[in-house]
Design a protein around this ligand. Structure first.
Ligand code: ADP
Ligand code: ZN
Ligand code: ZN
Length: 741
């Protein structure tokens, strides 16, 4: 008896809040060979139809089958797996550790366009038509427009009707009465792979350019087309037998369309549909040439790291390298080694640091092998990138925290840049810490994990000192460039202007003026966007708040809006006082928008750019501003932490920090650590080129240790101070904190 006749059972994680996976019978008419872990199925659960993820297929009867009758899955949703089966243990571990349903973990892990939901299409039966013909309304609602003509309700319409009638059982009622037949189907975004038409030379067209017989048998246009295909390919460094997109051919020779048909008829060319990854980069990022040789410190680090990558064993390294020490080059060499072993590489960066040099370096070094996953992608683009990785067409992925779920098999190295960054924490839905998952994924895949930072998190550094991670250090900047000089300005001693310290103290204003006069660039940093962070009533003192969050609203002057930075709620700015009706509302406090305005006032000749979430929210705008800065079109760039991370602006010689204290008053045990990290990072943007850099920090707390230590670039002392505090207070890493909300 062939075993295809033995009953088979499916273990399925359903995308619903249930803890365990469930057993189902396979869909009718499905061969066992067509059922692969990683495929999605439509499965019944109670009265609903949901997406399920196939975990395994077995002939062993599951224990629950003794107690209940197993239901049959309706159908397979995929012809091939959408995630590798090798990732299932990882998903299970995540579900267990973060106490989240397995099916929901997998749903979160998959790209957006892959999570369709089921809907109900209602087909009007003859019975229903007869019965309902005379009636004006159904379920308390006027008849849905077009229902009678079309004879059906789409899933979206059916949902709308049910919601409007406030009767959840409405459709079931109609179905029971026999008025409609309900068909379950999937709705929501489903993405198609985009393809492009390509041509390829074949037969005697290959390597026979000088064949006289062949040449004579061709029309001039055909001959020209054939030669063009060959030369376009060779010019791009491809073999003449490679695929050439039709678009490229027609761009150079618009008349080629007909000629190429002739070539195909003669068996000299063929037409191929090729899957394309959508162009994510708009324009190509600049090319970065590899440096001639590693620095001495890089070499020491590589001597420890590369053998570990070669050994393909799990081990975590913490690379502590000061800003400008060349960490990127270490990542690149380690990645290269992994790729040489036929392995793949996963790189996590904080969202904000995407599109920076790191990405450009990887794209240059590993051309055609890098996939990018970030929040600027549409569902379709994300899906494309996902497929490229799943099918092993690209073996390097760079992305923000959720990239930790990328479908790479044969992982050879996981890199987490700026490992200390708070952006690795996912704060809603499935809550996780991307850096911790990176270590986990490395351990399950059996490959090294490389965490890098100029200011490691206290937790990681603690692990390194305890011997859990191997510590690698780079203390010098490349080419022995000095770390910048940092001067503090005590705002409590700066003469006030109408009761408030000026935004720019005399030393900072003077330094900005001098830098401008020398034709060099400055960065001005303030980690608060908007114009004023408080709007108060001059008559009654009321401060305007968000009705939902009870926090003060921030004035965004350019948009003429009052914005809640918590929930995103917007209000027009030209309102009267909600408490007393007075029109005398007054902005207090400051944000980047105000800083920009004030700068323009004191340095009218300066060309000023601003980068924050108001100006650089989408990737195109973000890249544009960075490009202008690199091109030297700005003298000064004002910004929030968006300017702090990862950038390498060789012409920046001055960094001004308008107010360093913002993060210190936040009630978080990591406030001092964060402040140190942010200050070091911004400070690290100065003096990365030939000329040394200078930093001016304005603060009300010039004695605070996170500020004085950042000034001295003294990470070790910061660590000692923090770890001491945490030990005595019983905070992480000496305990685990769980936040119940
Ligand atoms: P980090 O990430 O540690 O702040 P980067 O990786 O951005 O530092 O490196 C700083 C600069 O030094 C970059 O412009 C990089 O191209 C350059 N660089 C890195 N390694 C070398 C090297 N071995 N020789 C010369 N220049 C290097
Ligand atoms: Zn008022
Ligand atoms: Zn709000």
């Amino acid at each position: 008896m062939p075993d295809t006749f033995a009953p088979i059972y499916l273990d399925v994680a359903v995308a619903a809040p249930i803890e365990q996976s469930l057993s189902y019978l396979p869909p009718a008419d499905t061969e066992r060979s067509g059922l692969l872990p990683g495929m999605r199925l439509l499965v019944p659960l109670g009265g609903r139809w949901l997406t399920g993820y196939l975990l395994s297929v077995s002939t062993r009867k599951p224990p629950e089958a003794e107690k209940i009758t197993l239901r049959r899955a309706a159908r397979l949703l995929d012809d091939e797996p959408v995630f590798p089966a090798a990732l299932i243990p990882f998903y299970r571990w995540v579900a267990d550790y973060y106490q989240y349903p397995l099916g929901e973990v997998i749903r979160t892990a998959l790209p957006g366009g892959l999570a369709p939901v089921s809907g109900r299409r209602c087909l009007l039966t003859p019975e229903g038509r007869k019965h309902l013909a005379g009636s004006e309304e159904v379920g308390g609602l006027p008849w849905w427009p077009g229902f009678f003509e079309k004879g059906e309700l789409s899933p979206a319409e059916a949902k709308k009707i049910r919601r409007r009638s406030r009767d959840n059982r409405l459709l079931e009622g109609w179905e029971r009465a026999g008025w409609v037949a309900v068909r379950h189907e999937l709705t929501g975004a489903t993405t198609r792979v985009r393809t492009e038409l390509c041509y390829r030379l074949c037969g005697t067209a290959l390597g026979a350019a000088k064949d006289a017989d062949l040449a004579r048998s061709l029309k001039p246009s055909e001959k020209k087309t054939m030669e063009l295909v060959r030369s376009l390919l060779l010019a791009q460094g491809f073999e003449e037998s490679e695929l050439l997109p039709r678009r490229d051919l027609l761009k150079t020779y618009p008349g080629a369309g007909k000629a190429v048909k002739g070539l195909i008829d003669k068996g000299l060319a063929e037409q191929v549909e090729r899957e394309v990854a959508r162009d994510l980069f708009g324009e190509r990022p600049p090319r970065y040439e590899p440096p001639p040789r590693p620095t001495a410190e890089q070499q020491v680090v590589l001597d420890r790291l590369l053998p570990a990558v070669g050994e393909k064993k799990f081990k975590t390294f913490l690379l502590h390298g000061v800003t400008g020490s060349g960490k990127t080059e270490v990542y690149l060499r380690a990645a290269e080694t992994a790729l040489e072993q036929g392995k793949s590489v996963l790189v996590l960066v904080p969202e904000i640091a995407l599109a920076t040099q790191l990405e450009g370096h990887f794209l240059s070094r590993f051309e055609g092998q890098v996939a990018l996953l970030h929040s600027g992608l549409s569902n379709a683009e994300r899906f494309d990138q996902w497929l490229q990785l799943l099918r092993g067409r690209r073996r390097v992925v760079i992305g923000a925290r959720s990239t930790i779920f990328a479908p790479l098999t044969d992982l050879g190295l996981v890199i987490v840049d700026e490992e200390h960054d708070g952006a690795y924490k996912q704060e809603d839905g499935l809550r996780y810490q991307g850096r911790d998952l990176a270590v986990l994924r490395g351990s399950l895949a059996g490959c090294p994990v490389l965490l890098g930072s100029a200011t490691p998190s206290v937790a990681s550094y603690h692990n390194a000192l305890a011997g859990k991670y191997e510590l690698l250090e780079m203390k010098q900047r490349v080419e022995n460039r000095p770390l910048p000089e940092v001067d503090l300005v005590d705002l409590t001693r700066v003469p006030t202007v109408s009761g408030q310290p000026p935004l720019f103290s005399p030393p900072l204003a003077a330094a900005l003026r001098d830098t401008l006069a020398r034709g060099e660039q400055s960065l001005v940093f303030l980690n608060r966007r908007g114009f004023a962070n408080l709007v108060i009533c001059r008559d009654c003192g009321h401060s305007v708040q968000c009705g939902k969050c009870h926090v003060t609203l921030t004035l965004h002057k350019g948009r003429n809006e009052l914005l809640c930075h918590y929930c995103g709620h917007r209000n027009r700015a030209d309102i009267v006082c909600p408490a007393c009706g007075s029109g005398a509302l007054m902005p207090v406090g400051f944000g980047t928008e105000r800083v920009e305005e004030e700068l323009a006032r004191i340095l009218p000749a300066a060309r000023i750019g601003r980068l924050d979430r108001d100006t650089g929210a989408n990737r195109t705008d973000f890249l544009q501003i960075l490009k202008e800065m690199h091109a030297g079109n700005f003298d000064i760039l004002v910004g929030t932490q968006m300017i702090a991370k990862g950038h390498h602006f060789p012409r920046v010689t001055l960094v001004g920090i308008v107010w360093a204290d913002g993060g210190l008053s936040i009630p978080d045990f990591r406030a001092a650590e964060r402040t140190y990290q942010l200050l070091s990072q911004v400070t690290g943007r100065a003096g990365r080129g030939e000329r040394p850099g200078r930093v001016i920090v304005q603060t009300h707390q010039p004695g605070h240790y996170s500020i004085t230590l950042a000034r001295r670039h003294d990470y070790r002392s910061l660590y000692e101070k923090e770890i001491g505090l945490r030990r005595s207070l019983g905070y992480p890493p000496f305990a685990r904190l769980v936040n119940l909300r």
